[in-house]
Design a protein around this ligand. Sequence first.
Ligand SMILES: *Cc1c(COP(=O)(O)O)cnc(C)c1O
Length: 395
Amino acid sequence: MAVKAGATIATASAGRGEPAGVPALNLTVGLHAYREALLQEIAAICDSGQYILGERVARFESAMAEYCGTRHALGISSGTDALLLAMMALEIGTGDEVIVPTFTFFASGGCVARLGAKPVFCDIEEDTFNIDVSQIERHITPRTRAIMPVHLYGQLADMADIKALAARRGLRTIEDAAQAIGARFTPADRRRAGAFGDFGCLSFYPTKNLGAIGDAGMLLTDDDALFERARLLRTHGESPKYFHHLIGGNFRIDALQAAILHVKMPHLEAWTERRRQVAERYRALLAEAGLPPGAVRVPVERSGLHVYHQFVLRVQRRDELIKHMAERRIGCGVYYPVPLHMQKCFAHLGGKKGDCPVAERIAGEVMALPIYPELTEAQLRIVVDAIVQFYRARG
Ligand SMILES: *Cc1c(COP(=O)(O)O)cnc(C)c1O
């Protein structure tokens, strides 16, 4: 099964006599903080009759552009659609190539292929899990049009070097910032994840750091002309109604999702801060635990301020450990078990074992611990104690 970031939603309801465990995610536990405001907005939209686009969408787009530090933001039906639309606006299609890290959620590569272009898979760095910039150049051909860095798990890829390389080789950059909303290089930066490339793509899938109650995404850009093209393509290339300049599609966001996200947005910074604290506690607890050397490696924070969409360890005997955690009702996910160059649907591209050795090895080592703002200290200890128990029992 293709595992989507955060998609393993274990339930918190333990049976009688069983330990409570720690769910991988709990989407309703923090709801009380904004539930009333949410219900009011939902009622107002029902009564307004404006269900798609409209002023609530425009208001949310302005707020996101301001927050991310771009001139424009366009509300989109999903993160996947934002990636598609970015490439459509850049006229990427048949015969073109886009360089994508092989270790990412499927959509990053899938969108390239859906447009008839070829995703060219690049290996990653083992400490940040992000695209290995030193390897991008050897994948560039006369057909390469763009580089798509993915800010995996919430940590920024090395955008300065990627942009310098792209500029030197006349390529576009499309950031897949689906997991990294709010990440920036320094606390003083105006620009956040998605604001560095020609386009940046955000996802508001419910499990993401800022989640809708359904599907939604956002396209970010500073470029007026690209923005205008993307805006037209979002609604079948039409302007005015029934006069079509471009062949687009329906990539619109609902008013409901935009309004819900606008209500949740003021909480995002506090949630991110709490995610960072949880990550620090995991680091401290694991360091104190006296685990065998090399058994567990914690994620390295190297590139700016990580927003910890996931807290991903590299562990020995991963599959056994996952089983051990599951038996204790602790939800640990594997993002991602198979790099894209090894996926069956991309077999025709000729990818094979050994092409991206770092990603292939890492795919067998990664294990994500539960991370969300509402996690308690007691829950963190349950998670770490279970890991300690596993390695102690096995020497
Ligand atoms: C979630 C995600 C997407 C897709 O976003 P959707 O809103 O689910 O379509 C794309 N890329 C990455 C890296 C993601 O994590």
